[in-house]
Structures are given as structure tokens and as C-alpha cells.
Ligand binder design. Structure first.
Ligand code: GTP
Ligand code: MG
Length: 149
């Protein structure tokens, strides 16, 4: 079963959106297999955003992402990587469709509430950066027979 890494950023935590956002993914049917709350260490931020290190917006983004606690979690389910990206909406909230997390709760690209892995390779890489193997919990959830055919 596919897994993805999701992070509610400091603006989402400060605005009290953790429950609302997590609830959307739970109601969709995805299974939470790991979770963590706290301020990101600098080294983790640089690893996580490796592809953006040289971008002009990186220093500002790093300051923002370490400005307060984030809520990190791993979701499991069929097609979870692409589906969570769709549920989050476009990177720039001005382009994000209503009904998506960013479409409903965000106004600017620099404070866009949530992150999720964009491909199987980045999901594996990001899960490995943020969680150890023993922090990923394999278990059977009782609604699985009702979710999958
Ligand atoms: P994530 O799920 O957060 O990775 O977003 P994404 O995959 O939709 O976008 P991308 O990986 O290209 O960018 C990562 C994050 O960098 C975005 O979520 C934004 O918070 C931030 N970012 C990207 N482009 C810009 C920009 O032009 N300006 C600012 N201020 N931030 C940006
Ligand atoms: Mg990205």
C-alpha cells in the first residue's frame, strides 16, 4: 500500500487547523501510520527542502517553517500520494480550487498551510528524513473492508 508524507506548517498549527485538516484525510479513508509534533531542527529543514536550497525564497521559507511547531504525519492508502496533493490544492493558494485545503484556508504562497510529497520517490525520501522505521506503525484498521473492493 502506498504511503505519503504530510506536514501542517506553522501557520496551519497557529490557526488551529490541525484537527480540520487531519479530519479530511481520515474521512477520505486514509490510514494514519505515524505522527509527530514539534519545531523542525534546521538540519531536517535543509534535507527536506534540498531541491529549494538555492532558490531566492529559501531563507524566508526556512525562517517561516521553523517559526513554530509543525504537525507531521504519514498517510497510507491506495493512490494516497496523488490524492493528497489534489486535496491540498495548487501550491499558490490564489490558484487553489475551493474544496482543497489551500483553496479553503490559505491566501499566500509563502504561508500555504500544508506540504505533501509529490511522487513515490519523494514520499520515500521524506518519510525517511522525518521518521525512523520503528515509528511507522503497521496495523489493520477495521474499515478497510468497506473502503476497498
Ligand atoms: P509543498 O507541498 O510544500 O512541497 O509544495 P509544492 O510541492 O506544491 O511546491 P514546491 O515544492 O514547489 O515548493 C515548496 C514550498 O516552497 C511551497 O509550498 C511554498 O511554501 C514555498 N514556495 C514555493 N515557491 C515559492 C515562491 O515563489 N515564493 C515563496 N515565498 N514561497 C514559495
Ligand atoms: Mg514540493
Amino acid at each position: 500500500m502506498e504511503r505519503t508524507f504530510v506536514m501542517i506548517k506553522p501557520d496551519g498549527v497557529q490557526r488551529g487547523l490541525v484537527g480540520e485538516i487531519l479530519s479530511r484525510f481520515e474521512k477520505k479513508g486514509f490510514k494514519i501510520v505515524a505522527a509527530k509534533f514539534g519545531v523542525l531542527p534546521e538540519a531536517i529543514v535543509d534535507k527536506h527542502y534540498e531541491e529549494h536550497l538555492a532558490k531566492p525564497f529559501y531563507p524566508g521559507m526556512k525562517a517561516y517553517i521553523t517559526s513554530g511547531p509543525v504537525f507531521r504525519f504519514v498517510l497510507e492508502g491506495d493512490n494516497v500520494i496523488a490524492t493528497v496533493r489534489k486535496m491540498n490544492g495548487a501550491t499558490n493558494p490564489t490558484e487553489a480550487a475551493p474544496g482543497t485545503v489551500r483553496g479553503d484556508f490559505a491566501l499566500s504562497i509563502g504561508k500555504n498551510v500544508i506540504h505533501a510529497s509529490d511522487a513515490p520517490e519523494s514520499a520515500a525520501r521524506e518519510i525517511g528524513i522525518h521518521f525512523t522505521a520503528t515509528e511507522l506503525v503497521a496495523y489493520v484498521k477495521i474499515d478497510e473492508t468497506q473502503l476497498y473492493e
